[in-house]
Design a protein. Structure first.
Length: 139
């Protein structure tokens, strides 16, 4: 089975201590490793203001993860753990590899079309009609 790429973003309560944030992240890393997934990167975006209230909160602590896995079970398990975790107020998982495949396909299609089209050559300025008439003597 081919490897899939996922983005996982979750928001924690803004008053969550740093130790609890690290604990949630390590729990997710351990769960992913158990199910055969791999976490490529973890970025703590920090405390940010949200566009709208979530559970009566205006701010949240954002964490972004990139996950590689060949099984869908990894994502199910991570989402289950985020759902039961008290400091987590919202999460979103997005599968990226399908979009990357689509972009590659469009790129190859554009390259094939460009290869079929004849290239227009730009004529030098002296060979263009009316170029020699630009310098007219004044009497």
């Amino acid at each position: 089975m081919e490897e899939r790429l996922y983005d996982l973003i979750f928001i924690l309560r803004p008053d969550t201590p740093e130790s609890d944030i690290d604990k949630v992240i390590s729990t997710l890393e351990h769960a992913a490793a158990e199910k055969g997934g791999k976490i490529d990167s973890v970025n703590k975006w920090g405390r940010k203001r949200m566009a709208y209230r979530v559970q009566k909160l205006r701010e949240g602590y954002f964490v972004y993860m990139v996950i590689r896995s060949s099984h869908g079970e990894v994502v199910k398990e991570l989402e289950r753990r985020l759902k039961v975790s008290d400091p987590v107020i919202k999460y979103l998982t997005v599968r990226l590899d399908e979009e990357l495949k689509r972009q590659d396909k469009l790129k190859r299609h554009r390259e094939r079309r460009a290869a079929r089209r004849p290239r227009k050559t730009v004529a030098p300025a002296a060979a263009m009609p009316g170029a020699e008439q630009t310098a007219t003597p004044t009497a």
